[in-house]
Design a protein around this ligand. Sequence first.
Ligand SMILES: O[C@@H]1[C@@H](O)[C@H](O[C@@H]2CO[C@@H](O[C@@H]3CO[C@@H](O[C@@H]4CO[C@@H](O)[C@H](O)[C@H]4O)[C@H](O)[C@H]3O)[C@H](O)[C@H]2O)OC[C@H]1O
Length: 401
Amino acid sequence: MVHFSTIALALASVLPQLTRGAGLHTAAVAKGKLYFGSATDNPELTDAPYLAQLSNTDDFGQITPGNAQKWDASEPSQNTFSYTKGDVIANLAATNGQKLRCHTLVWYSQLPSWVSSGSWTNATLLAAMKNHITNVVTHYKGKCYAWDVANEALNEDGTYRNNIFYQYIGEAYLPIAFATAAAADPDAKLYYNDYNIESAGSKSTGAQRIVKLVQQYGAKIDGVGLQAHFIVGSTPSQSAQATNLAAFTALGVDVAYTELDIRMTLPSTAALLTQQSTDYQNTVAACVANAKCVGVTIWDYTDKYSWVPSTFSGQGDACPWDANLVKKPAYAGILAALGGTASTTSTTTTFVTTTTTASSGGTGGTAVPLYGQCGGSGWTGSTTCASGTCKYGSEWYSQCM
Ligand SMILES: O[C@@H]1[C@@H](O)[C@H](O[C@@H]2CO[C@@H](O[C@@H]3CO[C@@H](O[C@@H]4CO[C@@H](O)[C@H](O)[C@H]4O)[C@H](O)[C@H]3O)[C@H](O)[C@H]2O)OC[C@H]1O
């Protein structure tokens, strides 16, 4: 049996576009994207190994605060602003040289009770919303690559969610929110962000309607964030996602996957992990194929800190790194979509996958996946792939070369 590294070296010598040893962000940039990133949250930043990997700019060129900038955190009582937690993550991004995606200004959830249960009129809620946006965006002015200005304004059928803002202000709250954010930080990219808009349908059409509404109002909207909280085996196909992305970008806005994770019903199996890898690969490949898809953010990188188990009972293992910070097959799927190749670090298993041409000239051609260097933390059994199989947890893999 020929060891995979022999094959990889041979291919690399005739395939000049291979990006040897690139991590996710490095590979994404090589594909013309601005970043590959991860959400994070303040409590987990005390976990040194977690923080080290989050700060690894080969994998992550952008971070997003998962909770620290939400209304309940940033303005817990009216006109009293709290930026301590958000500043920790903004400063981490600056220290690491990572972009910061800022999340989120106007959302029906995680509102302080003074907003959600307040006694409002059209004028008072409008003033409170504008005051919130102006203060928060001004505080972070110059630090946010992008703001999720409005989050989850739609029902599944594409109609407006009957949130407190819609009740008192009507649909105008959306363009007013965008205009207010633009006035406070003209350089930040301003996004509408939602889930279940990743393939064509009523909700995606509703999000396109919001883009046009904001544009018709004369306010700035730069992009649409597709959260992409997917389920293993039910993730939209690459072509369905590509078609959907094109419908947004035809409106003149950027797109980004902003909260990607792909959960499964536990316990995980080798088959589920393999399907999860395929689902991640298809999603990232859809972004790669659209020139106006600027990047992909995963909603935290490790199962150790994923929001999924606490929200969806019996489900989890949604991230590309497991709870021991070991890369799962999903990592290889993402890297394959980004055209990256493998490296091996001293602390984690890294998969070898490349998608490139088989022609000596290096143009055009067929995808050539190279799977799996077995070995490293989490792997047992044949850790060198010498026998053609290796074991992760209780499951054997047969993709080793
Ligand atoms: O610590 C966590 C935060 O991480 C968490 O962040 C939010 C998570 O996602 C966004 O909001 C959720 C999006 O998914 C919705 O459920 C969907 C229901 O339809 C299904 O088909 C789909 O697969 C599901 O994803 C949730 O209902 C939303 O809450 C939001 O943008 C993030 O801020 O927030 C809670 C904290 O405890």
